[in-house]
Design a protein around this ligand. Structure first.
Ligand SMILES: O=C(O)c1ccccc1NCC(=O)[C@H](O)[C@H](O)COP(=O)(O)O
Length: 219
């Protein structure tokens, strides 16, 4: 069974090429100005062109308004919108309809109570990404390298495809997949030498480690 591998927060041609050559299924681009991975539309256009159908382009936004989303969609031409903010169920439905694109809603997880909203989001989104809840006062809601307790997903009966993220690295990705039974993994900090600076070797190592877990996946 194949595992979807997403490398998020790419911001240079070199590291994007590394991710594509190493076989990433999805490449994520961050549009959130306080983030060290934030992309200008100009850079997004350039990187988007570089992908050339080799992976799905994912546009990550945080509570973006329609005008912002429109600019991003026109410039990057993403295959998937990752909604990483406090978007309501109605807003997710609205974005999906307005932009005619699949949507991945992020659920921030710290305790089992965080899963209460899941059925509502699962009824409107195309896929779910479970990420670690950012600590209070954090400057961004994700991309912090924080891990959550994957055991919280152990008994999940979700019909929708889902991915797991938050503090993943080549060292823990196998365990994250084994425990969560996620169909995909998403990483940013774990393939960086410092916040926002992707490391080609770490990208290759992560994708290799993620691919190695595929043999362990029993469905
Ligand atoms: O990367 C960011 O700076 C960011 C900013 C705002 C919202 C989300 C952000 N990143 C999310 C991701 O890169 C991934 O989807 C995921 O959270 C993995 O992050 P990490 O724990 O750094 O591997």
């Amino acid at each position: 069974m194949s595992l979807l591998v997403k490398i998020c927060g790419l911001s240079t041609r070199e590291t994007l090429d590394t991710a594509l050559e190493a076989g990433a299924d999805m490449v994520g681009f961050v549009f959130f100005s306080p983030s060290p991975r934030h992309l200008s539309l100009e850079t997004a256009r350039e990187l988007g062109r570089e992908v050339k159908g080799r992976a799905a382009k994912v546009a990550l936004t945080v509570d973006a308004d329609d005008a912002t989303l429109e600019n991003i969609v026109e410039t990057l031409r993403p295959e998937l919108l990752q909604l990483h903010g406090k978007e309501t169920i109605a807003r997710v439905r609205d974005i999906k309809a307005k932009f005619s694109l699949p949507v991945m809603k992020v659920i921030a997880v710290e305790t089992s109570a965080d899963l209460a909203a899941l059925p509502g989001y699962a009824s409107v989104a195309d896929r779910i990404l479970f990420d670690a809840r950012a600590p209070k006062g954090a400057t961004r809601p994700g991309g912090l390298g924080a891990v959550f307790d994957w055991h919280l997903l152990e008994k999940l009966d979700l019909k929708l495809p889902f991915m797991v993220s938050g503090g993943l690295s080549a060292d823990n990705v196998a365990e994250a997949v084994r425990v969560s039974r996620a169909g995909g993994v998403d990483v940013s900090s774990g393939v960086e030498s410092s916040p926002g600076v992707k490391d080609p070797e770490l990208i290759r190592n992560f994708i290799r480690a993620a691919r190695a877990t595929e043999e362990l996946m029993v469905r």
